[in-house]
Design a protein around this ligand. Structure first.
Ligand SMILES: C[S@@+](CC[C@H](N)C(=O)[O-])C[C@H]1O[C@@H](n2cnc3c(N)ncnc32)[C@H](O)[C@@H]1O
Length: 187
């Protein structure tokens, strides 16, 4: 299984708990400082992390059973290209699973979200974490500017995935997308 934008490896550690356990886990992220903080000492499955761009994955075609990406797609400079790369490396019959932030559609939750993510979190980060580079302001802006869930689902279809579904979680603030790369005629 491949986790794209693996950061410090939270998703890889979660995937290692799957039953049956994956034979091999691969994580990709282009931020070396994130990868350097990833700790897999307690993981019983082989894990490889690769410093690379999600838009140019250093993996062969049709090689992974499942691709996951948590809170990374929103940051891609070229979303269709990133999804095309996910599709390219997934084996026929394999799956894609994406977690991404979203703006809640319900007006009440949207107002709450705007206050919490747009105002409260940046303030808290500045006070507690001395967030001087504005990472949490970027977070709010990138969520606001990202496309609606149905559009990302459409892009997954356009990339070649089928049985694409999505469901909202966390009062509409997070969306889980799933899709399957169709098996070839030969099966
Ligand atoms: C919000 S973090 C999420 C990390 C991890 N998936 C998690 O859920 O904890 C986003 C990560 O995506 C990585 N990233 C963003 N764009 C990328 C790209 N084009 N190629 C590789 N990594 C990328 C960043 O370096 C960062 O580590």
């Amino acid at each position: 299984m491949l986790d794209i934008c693996c950061g410090t490896g939270d998703m890889l550690r979660a995937l290692a708990q799957a039953t049956p356990p994956p034979a091999l886990l691969v994580g990709v992220d282009f931020a070396g400082q994130m990868l350097a903080r990833a700790n897999f000492a307690a993981v019983r499955v082989p894990v490889h992390v690769i410093r690379a761009d999600a838009l140019r994955l250093p993996l062969a075609d049709d090689t992974v059973d499942a691709v996951t990406c948590a809170f990374g797609v929103r940051n891609f400079a070229d979303v269709p290209r990133g999804l095309a790369e996910m599709h390219r490396v997934t084996r026929p019959g394999g799956r894609v699973v994406i977690l991404e932030f979203a703006l809640p559609e319900h007006p009440v939750w949207r107002v709450f979200h705007r206050l919490y993510v747009g105002r409260f979190l940046p303030l808290l980060a500045a006070m507690v974490n001395r967030d001087r580079i504005g990472a949490y302001r970027y977070l709010a802006r990138s969520i606001r500017m990202f496309e609606p869930a149905r559009e990302l689902a459409r892009r997954l279809e356009a990339a070649g995935f089928r049985q694409v579904t999505w469901r909202t979680m966390n009062f509409g603030g997070v969306v889980l997308y799933r899709g399957v790369k169709p098996p070839t005629d030969a099966g």
